[in-house]
Design a protein around this ligand. Structure first.
Ligand SMILES: Cc1ncc(COP(=O)(O)O)c(C=O)c1O
Length: 373
């Protein structure tokens, strides 16, 4: 569906609200009317739900607002070209270096945007979230910046590099379950029990708008970008990229990449409805059994293509990225390169993170580990 239809939705939402409000005799009734419409949306009344969710979709204005909010705290990241990578891929590539962020991953853009906009009550109650590590680092970093308590639920086997970073940022870490979804369910229970502000890793317009700022920077540095390839776990990065790219120039292709070993977002996008899938990938940044409503709504509307790559291809791309760009990259951060190497026709690739653990790093070159030991 083209962007104009989405703005129409917003317009209709505002009109629907105004017509309810106009029938209300007092200011107090107006607020009750607004909350009533919101409640109907939350309860799932189909007509209202459609409009409320449409109204919640972030657009380019939200990304521009996010850019202004995060600018005092996060510098733009470089977009580099590596001839050795071009030669291997057989195509002119640009690498967007989100691994250069202070927490080593793009997610921090969303965290700073969201935490900067919390209400006084939300700040006082503290925030809780679930993560395999990079989203958690993002929330921990932003919470630390704004003096907010943060609790991060992570799987028991979470990447120790990311856990240590979150702790150093002052977050309280709760280990729970075998994977992200176990940790997420535990987190949601804790949020309901203790009244913390729960930050969902995908269904948050502020996170999507925040991470969309890297796509703005790509287009600022390379206005004639033709294709942007983005790794996907829950889909916030790809959704933010779509919002920016399609508003800037609809002909820019956005391609999402997920691991074959954790394909829930891909399956959901292809089916046109939320579905779950297995999760056995070694790339913890992409490791989820579920897909998320808000990013999926955006991806269904705006994403051009979705590809899946094997974990073997992810590991190979991680090795290539480290060797050819001399950047430390985690497997999720090399997913876009893996997709390009599989089909070297087109491309700007997003290197979304660099937080590889020492164990993962050693495993990339087992032959060297054996000889150096
Ligand atoms: C390095 C890295 N790349 C990609 C992703 C996927 O991002 P999203 O969940 O927005 O799809 C993540 C998620 O944590 C990540 O850490």
């Amino acid at each position: 569906m083209p962007m104009t239809d989405r703005s129409d939705h917003k317009f209709i939402t505002v009109r629907a609200l105004l017509s309810v409000i106009r029938r209300s005799p007092s200011v107090e009734c107006e607020w009750r009317a607004v909350h009533r419409v919101r409640d109907l949306g939350r309860l799932g009344a189909p007509w209202y739900k459609q409009f409320m969710v449409a109204a919640d979709l972030p657009d380019l204005a939200d990304v521009l607002a996010a850019r202004a909010r995060i600018a005092p705290y996060l510098r733009p990241t470089p977009l580099h070209r590596y001839p050795a990578l071009d030669a291997l891929a057989g195509v002119g590539l640009r690498v967007k270096h989100e691994n250069h962020q202070p927490v080593g991953a793009f997610k921090v853009r969303g965290g700073v945007n969201l935490i900067s906009q919390l209400s006084g009550e939300e700040r006082r109650s503290g925030v809780i979230t679930a993560s395999t590590g990079n989203h958690g680092q993002s929330i921990a970093y932003a919470a630390n910046l704004f003096g907010v308590r943060s609790i991060i639920c992570v799987p028991e086997q979470a990447n120790p590099v990311k856990v240590e970073s979150m702790r150093a940022l002052g977050a309280e870490i709760v280990f729970h379950g075998r994977d992200f979804d176990d940790a997420r369910e535990h987190c949601e229970k804790q949020a309901a029990e203790h009244g913390y502000r729960y930050v969902h890793s995908g269904n948050e317009p502020m996170l999507i708008a925040g991470v969309g700022t890297y796509a703005l920077e790509i287009l600022q540095d390379l206005p004639d970008t033709e294709v942007i390839v983005v790794p996907v776990g829950g889909g916030s990065g790809a959704a933010g990229t779509c919002v920016v790219a399609k508003a800037a120039r609809p002909s820019i292709e956005v391609i999402a990449v997920q691991s074959q070993a954790a394909p829930a977002a891909f399956w959901s996008w292809r089916a046109g409805e939320l579905t779950t899938g297995p999760n056995t990938t070694i790339a913890e940044g992409l490791a989820t059994r579920t897909a998320f409503e808000l990013p999926q709504r955006i991806l269904r509307e705006l994403l051009d293509d979705f590809v899946v790559v094997s974990d073997e291809a992810l590991l190979n791309a991680t090795r290539v990225m480290i060797e050819k760009t001399r950047n430390l990259v985690e497997p999720a951060g090399a997913a876009a390169l893996a997709a390009v190497l599989a089909d070297p026709e087109r491309f700007a690739i997003v290197c979304s993170g660099g937080n590889i653990s020492p164990a993962q790093l050693a495993g990339l070159w087992p032959e060297h580990a054996a000889t150096s030991g």
